[in-house]
Design a protein around this ligand. Structure first.
Ligand code: LLP
Length: 418
């Protein structure tokens, strides 16, 4: 459920007409709904009611906007971060350092030192080499880093290849067969305190089966590690729950997911950690755009909008589907190709799509753009960086200014020897 709906024939975000935002802020612009973010945060937590001891860390990579993070902090969420930049954002949004988990295969020494100095709650270590580096960095600071070892369970998440992370040939985590040995060796080191394991097999999962398979393997590993004398207090189950980009897609609900987790982890006797991203932020945002012009095509017309692949990269990268709707639909439909102005054919949002009829100058939205939208924007074709707005009831605020092409150019220097 979200709060982007027609009121008297016109799309609103909560109680603010999208046309007003377009008028005052310009397009393209991401629009987030606070009520939707909060609802999703609460529904996800309620789904996990059967999991006694838990920790929820919002995956900052899905939407790192400070205002969005502040909303989620207000709902009791910690953060899952993958860089010093994300860590600083989470802290700036008021998330306590001990509620932050640091994931990712390429943490640098500098990032480790920074995170330790801030008092971060946990590192999810992705290799023995990384664990050794972390132990050395922490020991040199006179600290002990709390950590889990990320396991690659070799399970096919059944999602797009580029967002699958749990197959043996993916770069993430360590294999199940080598996990216990690495765990044993790392736990001997000063500077690091291993307290459990982590797993994340992919994103936009539309079935619970691969999760059940992965969690089953993790449960067996936890038992095995305990038999070896290790104390396991935390298990991080990552994120990954899919969202309905199309009405016909029915991802498992947070309640179904929560029931699975409660059943599988019943005897684990550990704090179960979660890193949801898309399921919280996806449907809480839309990309508002204006039709520049309609250009005839061989079969269907091209609707050229002022948003492009540099603003919303998902269709170009993952052939992703985002529903397209007119802000003031006139009740008729057309079949069209929806494209942006960027000079490559990959800048295509949809081909031969049945959409609301739109004309030059009309406003429209791409739905389900709140996760992995603005954060993946670039300035390709020197188009500037898209603005972001947060709506709250009948008010809104610009929560990220548009960065103009001139501002980006100002960061460049031509050496005086040219
Ligand atoms: N935890 C870890 C360790 C992750 O790698 C990810 C996502 C998450 C949590 C959050 O997953 P979520 O709940 O959002 O599925 N740019 C791609 C998605 C990349 C996801 C990367 N990792 C897209 O636009 O579909």
């Amino acid at each position: 459920m979200d709060h982007f709906a027609l009121v008297d024939g016109e799309l609103f975000a909560e109680r603010v007409p999208l046309a007003r935002i377009a008028e005052e802020v310009g397009t393209p612009v991401y629009v987030y709904s606070r009520a939707t973010l909060e609802r999703h945060a609460d529904v996800f937590r309620e789904g996990l009611a059967g999991v006694e001891r838990k920790h929820l860390a919002f995956a900052v990579k899905s939407n790192p906007n400070l205002a969005v993070l502040k909303v989620l902090a207000g709902r009791g969420y910690g953060a899952d971060v993958v860089s010093a930049g994300e860590l600083d954002r989470a802290l700036a949004a008021g998330i306590a350092a001990h509620d932050i988990v640091f994931s990712g295969v390429g943490k640098t020494e500098t990032e480790m030192r920074h995170a330790l100095a801030k008092g971060i709650g946990q590192f999810n270590i992705e290799s023995e080499e990384e664990g050794r580096m972390l132990a050395a960095v922490a020991a040199a600071m006179g600290l002990t880093a709390q950590a889990t070892l990320r396991i690659n369970p070799d399970v096919d998440a059944g999602t797009h290849a580029k967002i699958s992370t749990g197959k043996a040939d993916n770069k993430f985590g360590v294999g199940l067969h080598v996990g216990p040995g690495i765990y044993q060796r790392l736990s001997q080191l000063p500077g690091i305190s291993l307290r459990g394991v982590a797993v994340h097999i992919g994103s936009q999962l539309l079935s619970l089966d691969p999760l059940e398979a992965a969690f089953g393997k993790i449960g067996e590993l936890v038992a095995h590690l305990r038999e070896q004398g290790h104390t396991i207090t935390h298990v991080d189950l990552g994120g990954g729950l899919g969202v309905p980009y199309q009405a016909a897609t029915e991802p498992p609900s947070p309640a179904d997911y929560g029931a699975l987790v409660a059943r599988v982890t019943r005897d684990w006797d550990a704090v179960i950690q979660f890193e949801p991203g898309r399921v919280i932020a996806g449907n809480a945002g839309v990309l508002l755009t204006r039709v520049i012009r309609i250009k005839p095509g061989i079969r269907d017309p091209f609707v050229v909008v002022d948003a492009a692949m540099n603003d919303l990269a998902r269709p170009a990268l993952y052939d992703a589907w985002h529903d397209f709707e007119a802000v003031r639909p006139n009740g008729t439909r057309m079949t069209a190709n929806i494209v942006g102005p960027v000079c490559e054919s990959g800048d295509t949002f949809a081909m031969g799509r049945d959409i609301d009829t739109v004309s030059d100058g009309d406003l429209a939205i791409f739905r389900t753009a709140g996760a992995y939208g603005a954060t993946m924007a670039s300035s390709y074709n020197s188009r500037g960086i898209v603005a972001e707005v947060l709506v709250d009831g009948d008010r809104y605020a610009v929560v990220a200014n548009r960065i103009s092409p001139a501002e980006i150019m100002a960061a460049e220097t031509v050496p005086d020897w040219l």
